[in-house]
Ligand binder design. Structure first.
Ligand SMILES: *[C@@H]1O[C@H](CO)[C@@H](O)[C@H](O)[C@H]1NC(C)=O
Ligand SMILES: *[C@@H]1O[C@H](CO)[C@@H](O)[C@H](O)[C@H]1NC(C)=O
Ligand SMILES: *[C@@H]1O[C@H](CO)[C@@H](O)[C@H](O)[C@H]1NC(C)=O
Ligand SMILES: *[C@@H]1O[C@H](CO)[C@@H](O)[C@H](O)[C@H]1NC(C)=O
Length: 429
C-alpha cells in the first residue's frame, strides 16, 4: 500500500480567462466579443467604411447569428434610428463575404420582392443577395421587415451605418488585496459545496485565514452598514482535526465556539453578536449563507469547474460516468460509513484518450482506501491511495476506461473518509 502525504500543489491550468471586456465610449458590447455603434450620418458605402476606419481597428459590422442581428435592431430602436444602416457584407455573386474577413455563417436577406424608396432612389429587390442591384448590403431597422437585409449599390445610395471595433480586454482586477491574495464577499447565499464551486469558478476557494492580520482583513470587507451577522469561511473539521477546504495548512484558529454537533463547516461572526466580531463558529454545511472567496492574485486562468457533480448518499453497485466531471464521496461533506460493500466507479472517455482521475480533496483514514485500475476488468491496481493529500497530479489509466474502487473497510461507524475527484481526460493540461 502506498501512503501519500503531500502538501499543496499548484492546480493545473487550462485556458479559462477571467478577464472582462468593455467597449470604447459610445460603443455597445455585442456577443461579449466586439463593440458596435450605429452612426446617424447618411453616407455612401465607401465613405461609411472610411468613417468606421477612423476608429482603431474599426470596420463595418459583421453579423453571425440571429441573436446578434436582433441585438442590432434593439440598438437601433433604443437610438430611434429608423433609417436603414449599412453592414459590412459584400456580395459579388450570390455568395457574400464580410469586410472583417469573418466567416459568412449567417444571412438574413429579405424574402420576396422588396421595394424601398431611399431619398429619390427606388430600390427594387427580390430577396436574397442581388448583385445586379448592388454588391453592398444594408439592414432595415423599422417596419415589418426590421432586421432584414437588402442588396443595394453603395456608390449610389447614402445610408446610416454600423461600425464595429474589437472589445477591449480589461485584465482581471484583484478585489480587496492582502499579501498575494484577492478576497470577495458574495452576498447570495449558498451551502458549503455550492459556495466552494462558486469560488472555484473564479480560480479560488472558500477563504482560508492564516493570521490575525488576515482575519482582520476579511472582517474589514464588511465595513458597511447592515453587514450579514455571519458569513461562511473555509474552515472544516472531521470531528477531530480542523482543516482549510482550500488545502492550505491549518496554522491559525480563531474559533469562539467550536462544536461539531452544530456542523463540520464554519462561519465568521461579523458584527458583535453571540461572539466578538471576527470570531469563528461551527456551522452546518447545508446552511445557506453569504460567503467569502479567496484566490491567488495574478491567476488569470484555472480549470473550468467540471460538471455534473455527483454525490450519492449510498453506493451499492457500480456507477458509470462518461466525459469530464466531478464526483464527491458518498455522504459528502460528511464522512462516509455504514456500507459493507466497496463502491465502484467506472469512468469512460472517448477512445483514443486516456481516462484520468484527479483528486482535489482526499482525506481517508488508514482503514480506508481508494484503488484505481486500468479498464473495467483490471484486477491489479495502478495505485492504492490512503491518507490525506491535496491536489496531486492526475492518475492515468492505460486505456480510455478507468475503474475506481472506494473501500471504507466495512465499518459502520467512526470512519473518517471524504474526497472530491475530477474525472475525464486531458486533466493535466
Ligand atoms: C456569440 O457568437 C457565437 C458564434 O456565432 C455564438 O455561438 C454564441 O452563442 C454567441 N454568444 C452570445 C452570448 O450571443
Ligand atoms: C471602516 O470605514 C471607516 C470609514 O470609511 C474607516 O474610518 C475605518 O477605518 C474602516 N475600518 C476598517 C476596519 O477598515
Ligand atoms: C498522468 O499523465 C499526465 C500527463 O499526461 C502526467 O502529468 C501525470 O504526472 C501522470 N500521472 C502520474 C501519476 O504519473
Ligand atoms: C475534458 O477536459 C479536457 C481538458 O479540460 C478537454 O480537452 C476535453 O475536451 C474535455 N472533454 C469534455 C467532454 O468536455
Amino acid at each position: 500500500m502506498i501512503f501519500f502525504l503531500l502538501s499543496l500543489l499548484a492546480n493545473s491550468i487550462v485556458s479559462i480567462t477571467l478577464s472582462q471586456v468593455r467597449c470604447p465610449d459610445g460603443f455597445t458590447i455585442l456577443n461579449d466579443s466586439k463593440c458596435v455603434k450605429i452612426i446617424e450620418n447618411s453616407l455612401l458605402l465607401n465613405n461609411a467604411l472610411e468613417s468606421c476606419r477612423t476608429y482603431t481597428d474599426g470596420t463595418l459590422v459583421s453579423i453571425h447569428n440571429a441573436i446578434d442581428n436582433r441585438a442590432l435592431i434593439n440598438l437601433a430602436v433604443a437610438q430611434q434610428t429608423v433609417r436603414p444602416i449599412w453592414i459590412g457584407l459584400t456580395c459579388l455573386t450570390t455568395s457574400c463575404v464580410w469586410l472583417d474577413q469573418s466567416q459568412t455563417d449567417y444571412t438574413n436577406f429579405v424574402s420576396g420582392r422588396y421595394y424601398c424608396l431611399l431619398g429619390s432612389t427606388l430600390i427594387k429587390n427580390s430577396g436574397n443577395p442581388q448583385p445586379d442591384v448592388g454588391i453592398n448590403v444594408y439592414m432595415l431597422t423599422s417596419g415589418n421587415s426590421a432586421g432584414k437585409w437588402v442588396s443595394a449599390d453603395g456608390s449610389l445610395v447614402s445610408l446610416n451605418y454600423i461600425c464595429e471595433v474589437p472589445a477591449i480586454i480589461v485584465p482581471d482586477l484583484c478585489s480587496n488585496p492582502f499579501n498575494d491574495y484577492c478576497y470577495t464577499f458574495n452576498q447570495d447565499v449558498r451551502n458549503e459545496i455550492n459556495a466552494r464551486i462558486y469560488c472555484q469558478k473564479d480560480c479560488g476557494d472558500l477563504v482560508s485565514i492564516h493570521s490575525e492580520k488576515e482575519n482582520r482583513h476579511v472582517l474589514s470587507l464588511f465595513n458597511f452598514t447592515s453587514p450579514p451577522p455571519q458569513v461562511r469561511i473555509g474552515a472544516g473539521t472531521d470531528g477531530i482535526g480542523k482543516y482549510w477546504v482550500d488545502g492550505t495548512v491549518f496554522d491559525y484558529s480563531n474559533f469562539g465556539y467550536f462544536n461539531v454537533d452544530i456542523g463540520k463547516c464554519s462561519t465568521m461572526q461579523i458584527p458583535y453578536g453571540v461572539l466578538d466580531a471576527g470570531q469563528w463558529l461551527s456551522n452546518n454545511c447545508d446552511d445557506e449563507l453569504p460567503f467569502v472567496c479567496k484566490r491567488l492574485n495574478g491567476i488569470t486562468s484555472c480549470p473550468p469547474s467540471p460538471t455534473p457533480t455527483y454525490n450519492p448518499n449510498m453506493c451499492y453497485g457500480s456507477h458509470f460516468f462518461t466525459g469530464n466531471g466531478t464526483i464527491y464521496s458518498p455522504n459528502y461533506p460528511e464522512s462516509y460509513y455504514g456500507q459493507f460493500y466497496p463502491c465502484t466507479f467506472i469512468f469512460t472517455v472517448p477512445s483514443g484518450n486516456i481516462a484520468q482521475v484527479m483528486f482535489t480533496l482526499l482525506n481517508i483514514d488508514d482503514q480506508s482506501k481508494i484503488s484505481l485500475y486500468s479498464g473495467i476488468e483490471g484486477t491489479e491496481p495502478i495505485i492504492e491511495l490512503t491518507g490525506q493529500f491535496f491536489s496531486p497530479p492526475p492518475f492515468n489509466s492505460s486505456t480510455n476506461v478507468m475503474k475506481m474502487i472506494f473501500d471504507n473497510g466495512e465499518r459502520v461507524y467512526n470512519a473518517d473518509t471524504k474526497w472530491i475527484a475530477n474525472y475525464g481526460y486531458n486533466l493535466s493540461l
